[in-house]
Design a protein around this ligand. Structure first.
Ligand code: SF4
Ligand code: SF4
Length: 299
């Protein structure tokens, strides 16, 4: 079985306990405006062009059969709609600034890659993390990966936005040792405005997983001007109190790493004007949770 992936990242330290290999699946039901992997959102492969490192040799212009590489006023840009993703330009580019993001990858290949670092997982309590995009959006593939990972004695983490069919979470529950579960916005309407979906299904899935014994780290991205307000901080606090056996809560300050990645695949990045998170933001956020019994960590 194959799935659409866009990266296999070895020696990850931020995607669960210990040293891990994180497998990134392409495609997400949500389109969060702050997404730090905007290239993960589409369920299709995409051409990526890093114009800042382009040598202006224009070999790509000659190689492209669809005239997707254009020069105007000495500026090189891509006509994304004309690209057929066959990658002729990628083959001739001498600087490696063109690449196709997303490839159908066999689960056996992924497991063999992950197993290369088994000795490090065993020493550090690490393993495999399946991330995205949204892994549940490629449910059969994700399940296959989890089953195979368990057969190989790997510790398993699923990084999820929480949006998906409850039956899917139910089916994989016994194969996942830790869920990294996002909680993005408390206000239902704002959740829809900034992510494309409401949070009802997400909250129902969180409730289901929690009440069925899942080990869960709640991950809360905080974005200045969007969700770092009293209403949402209070919402996080209510979740903490409702689910006291959560393993921990991670506060994840916004950064704009997604901006350049978005422009490389021709996507609009709507948060260009969003202010950077500073120490006073972090202090304010963390002080809000200082009296909670639960482990609230600044990530
Ligand atoms: S859920 Fe995650 S991967 Fe999906 S759009 Fe939001 S931040 Fe990006
Ligand atoms: S082939 Fe590569 S380096 Fe040359 S113009 Fe095209 S993108 Fe730039």
């Amino acid at each position: 079985m194959t799935g659409l992936t866009f990266d296999i990242h070895r020696f990850s330290l931020n995607d669960g306990p210990g040293i891990r290999t994180t497998v990134f699946l392409k495609g997400c039901y949500l389109n969060c405006e702050w997404c730090h992997n905007p290239e993960s959102q589409s369920f299709k492969p995409q051409l990526s062009f890093n114009s800042e490192k382009c040598l202006h040799c224009f070999e790509c212009v000659k190689a492209c059969p669809n005239n997707a590489h254009k020069i105007k006023d000495e500026k090189h840009f891509v006509d994304w709609n004309s690209c057929d993703l066959a990658g002729k330009c990628v083959e001739v580019c001498p600087s490696g600034v063109l690449k196709i993001i997303g490839a159908n990858t066999d689960f056996e290949f992924i497991i063999s890659e992950v197993m290369k670092d088994k000795k490090y997982y065993d020493k550090t309590g690490g393993g495999i993390t399946i991330s995205g995009g949204e892994p549940i959006a490629q449910f059969e593939f994700t399940k296959e990966l989890l089953v195979e990972a368990k057969k190989n004695g790997l510790h398993t983490v699923l990084d999820t936005c929480g949006y998906g069919e409850k039956s899917h979470y139910e089916e994989i529950l016994s194969y996942v040792e830790l869920f990294l579960f996002d909680y993005k916005l408390t206000d239902e309407k704002l959740h829809k405005e900034f992510t494309g979906v409401t949070n009802n299904e997400i909250l129902a899935n969180l409730d289901f997983l929690y009440n069925n014994g899942a080990s869960i780290v709640l991950r809360c991205p905080l974005i200045p001007g969007i969700n770092d307000n009293e209403d949402h901080l209070k919402g996080i606090k209510e979740i903490i109190r409702k689910y006291p056996a959560l393993k921990s809560v991670e506060i994840m300050p916004y950064h704009n790493m997604g901006r350049d990645k978005a422009s490389r695949v021709g996507m609009e990045y709507k948060l260009s004007e969003t202010k950077k998170v500073d120490d006073s933001d972090k202090q304010r956020w963390m002080s809000y949770f200082s009296e909670e019994q639960l482990n609230v960590i600044l990530n």
